[in-house]
Ligand binder design. Structure first.
Ligand code: SF4
Length: 216
């Protein structure tokens, strides 16, 4: 744990020092919660950006509010689609993610144009992320200071720091998404296997869309 913490703190400190417009994006997973806590304790005072799709669990919206009060020196920004695709998960889930989740974030990043994004993804959080590296080149640069952490180490850190997590984590929701598309997983399962169940995908598009928008 100490080695993990040292490396992550060093990556976060360097990011804060090198990018004055450094921005955190989060879906309020365990990784995001740990990242925000680590960054706050290293005096990060930038923005934490969250996309409210309109279909989050009520607990997610309450937790967002709790975090924004817990870290008063950080500015929490909640985005949503200007013209939501209502109940799109019933008709075309990929399009629903694109309109209700991906586009609001990409539009915001186009407007703000931050140099670098910090996020809480880990190699352990999905089979599609097993080769995640600390840096992913692009505009903006993506920095993944928790890339080596496991779900277990994230939960251990939360306990050691008396950090309250999203209330559904303890019920097996180890990757947090919208209520129509997210299920709890059994201990030891791929945390991401509870996302987009029956849809043949594990990513919403925020981290995989490459052809247009700001994260490329
Ligand atoms: S996760 Fe489901 S409800 Fe949420 S934006 Fe994507 S398709 Fe829509």
């Amino acid at each position: 744990m100490h080695d993990l913490l040292d490396e992550s703190r060093s990556l976060i400190l360097d990011a804060i020092a090198n990018y004055s417009d450094l921005t955190i994006t989060t879906g309020l997973n365990v990784g995001g919660t740990v990242l925000i806590d680590l960054a706050a304790k290293l005096n990060f005072t930038g923005e934490v950006v969250f996309v409210d799709t309109g279909y989050h669990f009520p607990e997610t919206i309450s937790f967002y509010s709790e975090l924004s009060k817990r870290y008063g020196n950080i500015e929490f920004v909640s985005l949503s689609a200007q013209t939501p695709y209502e109940d799109g998960f019933l008709e075309d889930p990929a399009k629903c993610c694109e309109i209700n989740k991906v586009e609001p974030l990409f539009n915001y990043l186009e407007e703000k144009a931050p140099s670098a994004l910090l996020n809480g993804r880990t190699r352990d959080s999905a089979r599609t992320r097993s080769n995640l590296s600390p840096f992913e080149e692009g505009t903006p640069l993506k920095i993944n200071p928790l890339y080596k952490w496991t779900t277990r180490s994230l939960i251990d850190y939360s306990r050691e720091e008396s950090l309250s997590n999203h209330p559904l984590v303890s019920q097996g929701y180890l990757s947090m998404g919208c209520w129509p598309c997210t299920r709890a997983v059994a201990e030891g399962d791929d945390p991401r296997s509870g996302r987009f169940v029956g849809q043949g995908r594990v990513e919403c598009g925020i981290w995989t869309r490459k052809t247009e928008g700001s994260i490329r």
